[in-house]
Design a protein. Structure first.
Length: 262
C-alpha cells in the first residue's frame, strides 16, 4: 500500500462478489477549520447510500464528549497555583481561551484541546460533529468504533508529565506549534494521506502503539464486523488510515477490497 500512487481521504470498502454494496471510510480532522471540509459534500452523498454512520465515538452516546469524566490527575493538581495562573494568562492573551475552565481535565486532554485552538473556527461544528448531525437529519443510526471507556483508558495511560511538558512547550513557542498545525491542515486540504500519517506519528512520538497502532487494529476489526451485514459510512481521524499498521491495511487483511475515491 505504501506504493499506491493515487491516495486520498475517502475510500471504498468492498466485501466481495455477490454480497453487500460497498461501505466507505473517510479520514477526518476533528476541527472546525474550513480546510477540513473539502470532502464534506462527497461524504454526505455517500452517507445517504449507507445504513449507518460509524465514528470513533458515538457522539450521542452516554457521556460522549464529556472530558470531565475522570481520566487521571487533573492539570491543576500537577502545577502550582502561580504557574497555572501564568499559563492561563499566556493562553488567554495568545489564543483567547480560558485555561482555568479546563484545569480539572487531565493534561492529555488539555494538551489536545489547546492544539485544536491553533486552527481557525470557521465552521459551527467540527467535521465529525457535522457528519453526526447530517446522519441524524437523514434518520440514520450512529455507532462508535470505540467506547468512551476505551478512549478514557488510553488517556489514563498517557504519562501526565509528558502531556504537561507539551502544554508548557506550547505556551513557550505558540507560533511554531501553530505553524505545525497549519501544515497539517494544508496536508489535509491536499488530501495527502501519507504525509498526514507521518505528521501524526511525529506528533505523538513514543505513544504510537497506544494512541495509533492498537486503536487502528481495534477500529478496523469493528468496522469490518459492522460492514459484514450492512453498508457503513465510517469517519475516523486521518492519521489512523495509512501505513503498515493503519486501518486500510488491517481491512485489506480482513478480506476487504479497498480503493481511493476521487
Amino acid at each position: 500500500m505504501e506504493n499506491t500512487r493515487k491516495v486520498g481521504l475517502l475510500w471504498e470498502l468492498s466485501p466481495g462478489e455477490g454480497r453487500l454494496g460497498p461501505s466507505y471510510l473517510l479520514g477526518t480532522m476533528h476541527v472546525r477549520d474550513q480546510r477540513a471540509f473539502g470532502a464534506f459534500e462527497r461524504a454526505t452523498a455517500l452517507l445517504q447510500e449507507c445504513e449507518v454512520l460509524a465514528l470513533e465515538l458515538d457522539l450521542g452516546g452516554p457521556q460522549a464528549g464529556r472530558p470531565e469524566v475522570p481520566g487521571g490527575p487533573a492539570l491543576r493538581a500537577l502545577v502550582s497555583p502561580g504557574k497555572l495562573s501564568r499559563l492561563a494568562q499566556a493562553f488567554s492573551k495568545q489564543l483567547g481561551v480560558d485555561l482555568n475552565s479546563v484545569a480539572h481535565w487531565p493534561p492529555s486532554l488539555v494538551a489536545n484541546w489547546l492544539q485544536l485552538q491553533l486552527l481557525e473556527e470557521e465552521q459551527p461544528l467540527a467535521l465529525d460533529e457535522a457528519l453526526y448531525e447530517a446522519a441524524r437529519e437523514m434518520g440514520k443510526p450512529v455507532i462508535g468504533l470505540e467506547s468512551l471507556g476505551e478512549q478514557l483508558e488510553v488517556m489514563q495511560r498517557i504519562p501526565p508529565a509528558g502531556s504537561l511538558q507539551s502544554i508548557l512547550g506550547l505556551g513557550r513557542n505558540l507560533k511554531a506549534h501553530r505553524r505545525a498545525m497549519r501544515k497539517m491542515a494544508e496536508s489535509y486540504a491536499r488530501e495527502d494521506l501519507p504525509r498526514l500519517h507521518r505528521q501524526a506519528k511525529r506528533s505523538i512520538g513514543g505513544m504510537r502503539p497506544l494512541m495509533l497502532y492498537d486503536r487502528n487494529a481495534r477500529m478496523a476489526q469493528r468496522l469490518a464486523a459492522h460492514a459484514s451485514g450492512q453498508r457503513v459510512f465510517a469517519a475516523v481521524g486521518a492519521g489512523h488510515l495509512w501505513g503498515g499498521k493503519g486501518m486500510l491495511r488491517h481491512l485489506k487483511h480482513l478480506g476487504y477490497s479497498i480503493r481511493p475515491l476521487p
